[in-house]
Design a binder for this molecule. Sequence first.
Ligand code: SF4
Length: 215
Amino acid sequence: MTVIKNIQEIIPLTIQGEGFHAGRCCSFIRLFGCPVGCWFCDTGYAPGDRENLNKLPRLSIDYESLREQLQSRYVVISGGEPLFHQDFEELLERLLGDNFEVAVETSGAKAFPFEKFPKVWVTFSPKLHATDYLKGQPSPTFWTHSREIKVVISEPSDLNFYEDLLDQASASEIPVFLQPEWSNKLETTPLILQILQQRPDWKISVQLHKYLKLP
Ligand code: SF4
């Protein structure tokens, strides 16, 4: 029996609210834990929230029971930061073995085994502009092998961290999304529209599930 430890949340049925697949129905698995510490983190890992980490749920569940809860064939794994999770690869292997379509959302704080998991849709959401934790660039492979790049921004200067890399990703036809940071979205959205005027190949990503008040 395979037990997956440190799961923060399982949402049997919701929608993917962000990025390329926004609007698709999915099952959502949130893995516990993230050392990155973005100031805008909305899942409990912002620096000011760290004293409350022990109040976050941490489930251990055997894989078969987990699978039974999933009501969509499209499964999104997020965090926290899933790449730091001890059972992450095991979970991917089991889901892919059961023919689920699997997507992973990551800050790129740790290398992803792209060659081992070519079928996994990787959403790369770089966080260099939002934390001091990531001293160096994420692994360069994220800019060339991810299926989409989603930058959460609160002001246009956030993009300065990534300008050349985003150009390179766009040249490789990796879709780029700019997502307004939720707590600041009314101010940020017009700024993003100005950027999109200059970059019509990029798109805005809104957190559709939040507008619909879905989990
Ligand atoms: S990488 Fe994601 S989960 Fe981790 S602190 Fe940043 S926003 Fe939160």
